[in-house]
Every structure is written in structure tokens, then in C-alpha cells.
Design a binder for this molecule. Structure first.
Ligand code: ADP
Ligand code: 3PG
Ligand code: MG
Length: 392
């Protein structure tokens, strides 16, 4: 499947392009922890600027409930300015009709970035009026937000009803590279999933049990599966609403091709992370502790699985990597993948942030900007936000 890209837009000079991107980066103390998702969109931005188009960028950051100063795109605007050398105008209150003339007047030497698009409810509701309002800002729509394209939102799907819609270079690259992994993967095919976004990842796991040979879990998502098995998880992060679904997945694994692997041991501490970390077996988690990482036995076993695999796809940290005491599982998985000769794809906002040592990036075949989006693409071979772009 190929989509028309910005290269196929007939006349760019002087035209306005509404470009959706996934600038949902991790912030640590208000600072950008990893700017890969911004850097990856620069080729499309450069191309549009070279062709004298006027660019209006839109992205979400986090999951706000209405305007929230902590989730402003201001730090992103600043970084974008440093990366491009262009003045970046951050437009607040862009949903008001009165903001349109200001946006439409932009010149082709500067960049316009709309404030966090999820501050407005119409975005996640894929509201028609909101999508129409966004479309009035431009002549063309470009989607370079692979990481958000599993969402049926106004700036991803709704807007394409009103503007000719093309893929950006990052989107094009993601489609090519990940499709390649899906076409006849070399076996064994290992899928490693961690992180905390359990609801969106869980249904994908079920489908991917048909494609991969082994699916190994870590992070908070593993807690939910262990809880579904009936083990006490103490005060760990468990998505109790998903426990029933996890049971269904267990049941389905009995007649699926692949094996579902859970960590044999875990690293725990108390709620405030004050107590010295301690290793316990998966079935002996005390009631007053929290799981923060996979344990040494699990790490060793996951290493073995990685070393045996010929295709590896990894999304989601194995633990609370933000605390250096709990990033061992994540780090070991990363190091082992980077040293392996297998075809490997690593993706996800937090997964990329957890890569502190850039030398590990070299050993990975494709770094994807998508986490849940990458998994959804693996499941279906497309995404709602890709479907609505012009076919090549
Ligand atoms: P990605 O962005 O790579 O797709 P997610 O957003 O799903 O990953 O999850 C990342 C988050 O999961 C991180 O903030 C990390 O601290 C958290 N996490 C991982 N393991 C645990 C755990 N055992 N307990 C609590 N949080 C965890
Ligand atoms: C991600 O980080 O996975 C994407 O930016 C999507 O974010 P969301 O899960 O809040 O829609
Ligand atoms: Mg994340």
C-alpha cells in the first residue's frame, strides 16, 4: 500500500498546508526528554519550505481535559525553532473564528504551530464543525503523524473530508518499513510489549498472536495479565477494567500459533519508592508493594528470546524507566536488540525516550515514531488516518 506524498502536490508555491504531526514527546520537569518525534518531521517541513508553501502545524501533547498550561506546546515550539532556524508562531485559541485571518496571513518564511489540539474537545470527538474550521486554514492537508494515526480524530481523519490529503515523508517511511516486517517475516518472530497503555495494546496482542511466534510482556501491561491469571499484584499499576479482556486473550492463546510469555520475577518497592528495591517471583508479590521492573530471571529469559529471534518488534518500556533504579529491564532489552543481527523495529514515545544512550540506535533496523499506532499497523496493515489519504 502506498499513498501520495507531498511530492505529488501539484502547486505548492504560496499555498497553505495544514500538517498534522505527532509532537507528543515526553516532558521531564517541563523539558523535552527526547526530540526524535520532532526531528523526524523536519524532512517534510524542509521540503514544503523549499517549495515556498506556508505551513500550519498541529499536534496533541498528552491527554488534557481542556486547556492545561502544563501541556502547552511552548517547549516544542522553541525546539522546532532551534531545529529549523525559522520563527515559530504558537497560536493559542485557534478554534475561534477570529483567529482565521491571522493564521491565513502567515508568510512562507515562518512556521505556525497551533497550541495543543486536544485542548479542544472537537478534536477527539472528530467533530465535523471543528474539522471544517481547521480545513479553512489551508489549501492542502498533510499527515506526518504516524504515531497518532490510529486515532479517529478531527486533525487526523475529519479534516480529510474537506482538503486534498497527502502523506508526509515520515508517514511514507513508516508505511514502507513496517509493511516490510509484515511481509514474510524471518522466524522466529518475537514481539515485546511493555508500557502502560493497556487498553489499546491488549486487543492488538490478541491479533498478533497469529503473526508472531512469541509475544513477551513487561511493564504495567504484564501486571494486568498476571492479575487476570489470579495473582495478587499488591499496589501495582493494574488496569482492572482490562482483566477480563486479558483472560479472553489467555484463553485464545491455547489455540493460537504463538506463545504468550509473562515475567517470571519482578522488582518491587513501596508506593513512594523509598524502600530498597527487592526481587520477588511473579506469584509472590506482597500486598503492600508496587512492581516497577521485570526481575533478573525475566531479563535473562527475554535476552535469550531476543538472541534467538530473526525478527523483533519492541514497544513499551519494561518498567518505570524514568527512575534509573527501575530501568535495568528496559535497558537490557534495548542493548540486546541493538546487538542482535535480527531485523528489528523499536517504537513508541516513551520507548524512544528510554533510549538514553544513542549508540544503541545504530543496531536497530527501524526506529518508529509510533507506539500503539505501530502495533495497530502491525495488526491491520493500515490505520484510520492512512486510509483517508490519497492513494498513489
Ligand atoms: P510507549 O509510549 O513507548 O508506547 P506507554 O506510553 O504505553 O509506552 O508506557 C510508558 C509508561 O509506562 C512509562 O511512563 C513507564 O514509566 C510506564 N511503566 C512501565 N512499567 C511500569 C510499571 N511496572 N508500573 C508503572 N508504570 C510503568
Ligand atoms: C503515542 O504517544 O502513542 C501517540 O502520540 C498517541 O497518543 P494517545 O495514546 O494519547 O492518543
Ligand atoms: Mg507513551
Amino acid at each position: 500500500m502506498r499513498k501520495k506524498t507531498v511530492r505529488d502536490i501539484p502547486h505548492l508555491e504560496g499555498k497553505r498546508v495544514f500538517m498534522t504531526v505527532d509532537f507528543n514527546i515526553s516532558l521531564e520537569d517541563g523539558k523535552i526528554a527526547n526530540d526524535t518525534r520532532i526531528v523526524e518531521t523536519i524532512p517534510t517541513i524542509k521540503y514544503l519550505l523549499e517549495h515556498k508553501a506556508k505551513i500550519i502545524l498541529a499536534s496533541h501533547l498528552g491527554r488534557p481535559h481542556g486547556p492545561d498550561p502544563h501541556l502547552s506546546l511552548r517547549p516544542v515550539a522553541k525546539r522546532l525553532q532551534d531545529l529549523t532556524g525559522k520563527k515559530v508562531h504558537l497560536i493559542d485559541r485557534f478554534w475561534e473564528e477570529s483567529s482565521l485571518p491571522r493564521i491565513q496571513k502567515i508568510n512562507s518564511n515562518d512556521l505556525t504551530l497551533l497550541e495543543n489540539i486536544r485542548f479542544f474537545k472537537g478534536e477527539e470527538d472528530n467533530d465535523k464543525e471543528f474539522a471544517k474550521h481547521l480545513s479553512k486554514m489551508a489549501d492542502y492537508f498533510v499527515n506526518d503523524a504516524f504515531g497518532t494515526s490510529h486515532r479517529v480524530h478531527a486533525s487526523i481523519v475529519g479534516i480529510t473530508q474537506y482538503l486534498p490529503s497527502y502523506a508526509g515523508f515520515l508517514m511514507d517511511k513508516e508505511i514502507c518499513k513496517i509493511s516490510k516486517a509484515l511481509d514474510n517475516p524471518k522466524r522466529p518472530f518475537l514481539l515485546l510489549i511493555g508500557g502502560a497503555k493497556t487498553p489499546e495494546k491488549i486487543s492488538v496482542i490478541e491479533k498478533l498472536l497469529d503473526k508472531a511466534d512469541t509475544v513477551a510482556l513487561g511493564g504495567a501491561i504484564a501486571n494486568t495479565f498476571l492479575a487476570a491469571w489470579g495473582f495478587g499484584m499488591g499496589r501495582s499499576l493494574v488496569d482492572y477494567e482490562m482483566v477480563e479482556m486479558a483472560r479472553v486473550v489467555f484463553w485464545k492463546t491455547t489455540h493460537k500459533h504463538s506463545a504468550l510469555i509473562l515475567p517470571a520475577d519482578v522488582v518491587v518497592s513501596d508506593n513512594e519508592r523509598k524502600k530498597r528495591p527487592m526481587v520477588v517471583e511473579y506469584n509472590k508479590v506482597p500486598h503492600n508493594v508496587v512492581i516497577y521492573d521485570i526481575g533478573p530471571k525475566a531479563q535473562k529469559y527475554y535476552q535469550k528470546l531476543i538472541n534467538q529471534a530473526k525478527t523483533i518488534i519492541w514497544n513499551g518500556p519494561m518498567g518505570l524507566y524514568e527512575d534509573p533504579r527501575f530501568m535495568k529491564g528496559t535497558d537490557l532489552v534495548l542493548q540486546t536488540i541493538s546487538r542482535s543481527k535480527a531485523f528489528s523495529i523499536v517504537g513508541g514515545g516513551d520507548t524512544l525516550t528510554s533510549i538514553k544512550n544513542r549508540k544503541y540506535l545504530k543496531g536497530i533496523s527501524h526506529i518508529s515514531s509510533g507506539g500503539s499506532a505501530m502495533l495497530a499497523f502491525l495488526e491491520k496493515g493500515t490505520l484510520p488516518g492512512i486510509e483517508v489519504l490519497k492513494d498513489a
